[in-house]
Design a protein around this ligand. Structure first.
Ligand code: GLA
Length: 520
């Protein structure tokens, strides 16, 4: 049986910073107290439970999850909390701790039929509704017959910065879906939650891979999460070996808002389409047939690799050799360096432009005259290789019961730097501010610096010796933040630069943790 989402009664089981009284960091307990107070004020009772799901930072493996290649993220402490009182009638009342930005709403759950979400209107409650919709579809399939959805009184608090590249949307969708499952007395497996959260988020209009949801749900304190998507999803917890010098992961915000939902037609979703076409064209040119897979549009580059390697009798070659072969194949076969028009694509695939659009571009709008297949495929294969090399360095050291020394740390950093170069120059998902932050940080003493998440803004992740934290943060403050934002407050600076430790994934919180945290 699949592992269930854990149930905790103490906040200290969830959060890794135990440096303050009662094992609960001061600002976290203040935050939980505010959530519980608002709940009592609004609904006149304590919540039955709180569902929580964290944001994530991706260490390496960018824009390759939807091509079904492995990625290596970790959950962060910042999370979304959904406090719930279960109602017998199918009414949802939803409030947010930040009522000014996120106004309250009320709606009925239809007894039959689906929850309506208008993806063209960017309302904050869409993400809750996306989780609700996915969970209800799941529950309706499971509990056939006479089943009525429970209603819910809800207060939400999210501290994953929206548009900040740390996956606030997946955290909200996962916590929402989890809250609906628990409100309907369903014991939730992590696997089921992942499946329905990935599909749910697509209802809000972004055809993302499963990395963010997997990291939010499956992560474990002190471990990175090795996520594999092909032929089916599989997650492993990867320990970070001890190191000399001691290392730290620093996350630095660019404060360039990157709302992938708004820019999807020419950024994120377009990349999904380009990678899908690259897979279809490579398969066609090798005369191999692709069976549909679990990628957003059903045909991934990883799938194309498998079939091409099978045809060439190379499936028994090591994964890194296969990836090198795919790089040569992309260079040789995807010749149009300035991109493919719809006519070019239809011509190679032996179909009409109308059919091409209907089959592969009708699920969401994309804005492009030309599709960059060569560069996108080259990024994907080379990034998949970097993830492989990164994981190998960690596992070799771990297997030798050794630690990461200067040499290994430099190699890990170089891989992260190469990712940034590829995101910036080949995949075109960086922006000048992200490039600048990475350059400043490297100059001041990181091993590796790169954007993390979808890019086009959002945040960056840095691997650095603990002893250089002060130097690097000082350089970023002086050369980036104070130059770009003349009157930045201390509070905002605190949010801008965060040391991140691998944290735990989704959980349901009940019992003693529902009482006020007087210990602080
Ligand atoms: C977003 C998506 C993920 C992944 C990253 C890029 O965060 O939600 O699925 O594709 O971008 O690596």
């Amino acid at each position: 049986m699949d592992e269930s989402v854990p149930n905790f009664a103490s906040l200290a089981d969830i959060y890794c910073d135990t440096s303050t009284a009662g094992g609960i960091p001061l600002d976290l307990s203040t935050r939980w107290n505010s959530l519980l107070s608002l709940f009592r004020e609004t609904y006149g009772c304590a919540p039955d439970f709180v569902a929580r799901s964290p944001g994530r930072v991706n260490i390496i493996g960018e824009h390759i999850d939807y091509s079904l290649y492995d990625v290596l993220p970790m959950a962060v402490t910042a999370d979304v909390l959904v406090a719930v009182n279960v109602l017998s009638s199918p009414l949802v009342k939803i409030a947010n701790l930040d009522a000014e930005r996120f106004p309250s709403q009320e709606f009925h759950i239809p007894v039959e039929g689906d929850i309506e979400i208008d993806a063209s209107k960017h309302e904050w409650t869409n993400y809750f509704k996306a989780g609700l919709k996915g969970a209800l579809q799941f529950l309706r399939r499971k509990c056939e017959g006479d089943w009525n959805p429970a209603g819910m009184e809800i207060v939400i608090d999210g501290i994953v910065p929206a548009g900040g590249g740390m996956s606030s949307s997946a955290a909200l969708v996962c916590a929402s879906a989890l809250s609906v499952m628990v409100a309907n007395s369903h014991d939730v497996s992590k696997r089921d939650l992942l499946d329905l959260a990935v599909v749910s988020e697509r209802a809000v209009g972004v055809f993302s891979g499963g990395m963010d949801q997997a990291a939010s749900i499956f992560s474990k304190r002190d471990y990175l999460l090795d996520c594999a998507f092909f032929p089916s999803f599989h997650a492993e917890h990867v320990p970070v070996p001890r190191s000399n010098p001691e290392i730290t992961v620093l996350v630095a915000q660019s404060f360039v808002a990157a709302d992938k939902h708004v820019t999807a037609p020419k950024n994120y979703n377009l990349r999904v389409v380009e990678c899908t076409f690259a897979a279809l064209i490579l398969a066609k040119l090798h005369q191999v047939l692709l069976k549909p897979d679990s990628s957003p549009l059903g045909f991934s580059l990883r799938n194309a690799q498998e079939e091409i390697m099978r045809k060439q009798n190379r499936l028994d070659q090591a994964p890194e050799e296969q990836l090198m072969a795919m790089i040569s194949i992309a260079e040789e076969k995807l010749q149009k360096k300035d991109g493919y028009t719809r006519e070019d694509l239809a011509d190679i695939l032996g179909t009409s432009v109308k059919n091409l659009e209907e089959e592969h571009m009708s699920r969401f709008p994309v804005q492009a005259d030309k599709f960059q297949l060569r560069s996108r495929a080259l990024h994907v294969f080379s990034e998949a290789r970097r993830v492989f090399d990164f994981k190998k360095i960690l596992s070799d050291v771990q297997n030798a019961h050794g630690g990461l020394g200067e040499q290994e740390l430099r190699l890990l950093g170089n891989l992260m730097n190469a990712t940034q170069k590829s995101c910036s120059e080949v995949y075109d998902c960086s922006c000048p501010e992200l490039d600048q932050i990475c350059a400043i940080a490297r100059q001041a003493g990181t091993y590796g610096s790169r954007l993390t998440g979808a890019g086009w803004g959002g945040c960056t992740v840095h691997l650095l010796p603990q002893s250089n934290v002060e130097k690097v943060t000082k350089a970023l403050k002086e050369e980036y933040y104070s130059k770009h934002f003349s009157n930045m407050t201390e509070e905002k600076l605190k949010q801008a630069l965060v040391i991140s430790k691998p944290s735990s994934g989704s959980a349901v919180v009940t019992g003693a943790a529902m009482e006020f945290h007087h210990s602080i």
